[in-house]
Design a protein around this ligand. Sequence first.
Ligand SMILES: Cc1cc2nc3c(=O)[nH]c(=O)nc-3n(C[C@H](O)[C@H](O)[C@H](O)COP(=O)(O)OP(=O)(O)OC[C@H]3O[C@@H](n4cnc5c(N)ncnc54)[C@H](O)[C@@H]3O)c2cc1C
Length: 331
Amino acid sequence: MTPSSATAMSTAVVNASQSSTRPVRRTCYEPLASTHPGRQGIAAGACLPTIAVTEPGSGSHVLGMTTTAVRDGDDYLITGTKTFVGNSHIGDLHGVVARTGPGSRGLSAFLIEADRPGVHLTPHQPAMGLHGFSFGEIVFDNCRVPAANRLGADGDGLDVAYSSSILYGRPNLAAVALGLHQAILDTTIAYTASQHRYGDPLAHLPVVTQRLGAIQSRLMTARLAVYHAAHLLDTGQPCDAELINAKLINAEYAIDSARTAMEIHAAHGLHPQQSSLERYLRDALHIFAPAGTSDIQLLRLAEHALGTTAPPWSARFKTPVPRRAAVSVGR
Ligand SMILES: Cc1cc2nc3c(=O)[nH]c(=O)nc-3n(C[C@H](O)[C@H](O)[C@H](O)COP(=O)(O)OP(=O)(O)OC[C@H]3O[C@@H](n4cnc5c(N)ncnc54)[C@H](O)[C@@H]3O)c2cc1C
């Protein structure tokens, strides 16, 4: 995880792809067995997947989805609309969660090729920020999909949706927010050093100095939160609460710091020709909703505190990264 302030938007694209890739790749070695050839393409980087869970009438309420997958012989017929799907218009393979029955075990996941008959893209709509990243709507109109394209067993759809969101979406989005946050600080430091008011650099004005300190403090806390969570995830330790908190802190603090920075820039922050700051503010606001709004993160953290959570997803899918061989230094 190496957030870069200069490449925050392209990082978002890569991260969105990663969020979709991991749950599909995982099925290579998890009990969610699927034999779809796209898995090899994804692993090789030749096939760009998406993860399509959100619907116009059910975002946070995943179980409220209405897209259906109806068994028809050796196939399923998929009907419904998925919205805000990252990379929707450039993805090769959609990971789609649909209803196959009632209740929380009534969701199943499918790999659906983008060029399969019955898959339609709603014309792309521009969004206020993250212009290097696209997300849009996919309509499945009685789309016939072989049962072999089902990702895992019937009823595993919620696992696919939650594991991709909690284990990958949250740390990835936290990293995007962290990169933006660093860019916000860098831009503001440069501005306050170059601008002079009352005969001194703007950075020397006590209120401005305090605000710079507040941005720096939020940035350091946000960085610690996501690095710690990512370390736990990488080393196979239970870390759902840490991942949730990392997403919460990074999204909220980046937005807070973008506002503080805008106030320091005052009117000078408003023109795209004069400063990148207004873009960073718009981009930061994009991190709020995906993989759960801050309200949802707080809800999950409260459940963690109350001890009412289900077994952590990070413990269910323990796949620590292999440790690197020790490098000897010196003679
Ligand atoms: C940049 C971006 C990329 C995205 N990428 C994808 C993607 O690749 N695939 C995909 O499927 N989706 C994607 N999404 C959609 C994202 O997952 C949803 O926006 C998110 O789940 C929230 O749903 P919603 O926007 O419909 O808000 P809603 O769920 O309708 O929420 C509306 C309001 O109600 C609050 N609320 C809802 N439920 C509760 C609750 N239980 N308790 C308290 N408050 C609540 C929310 O906090 C919010 O303020 C993306 C969104 C964005 C912005």
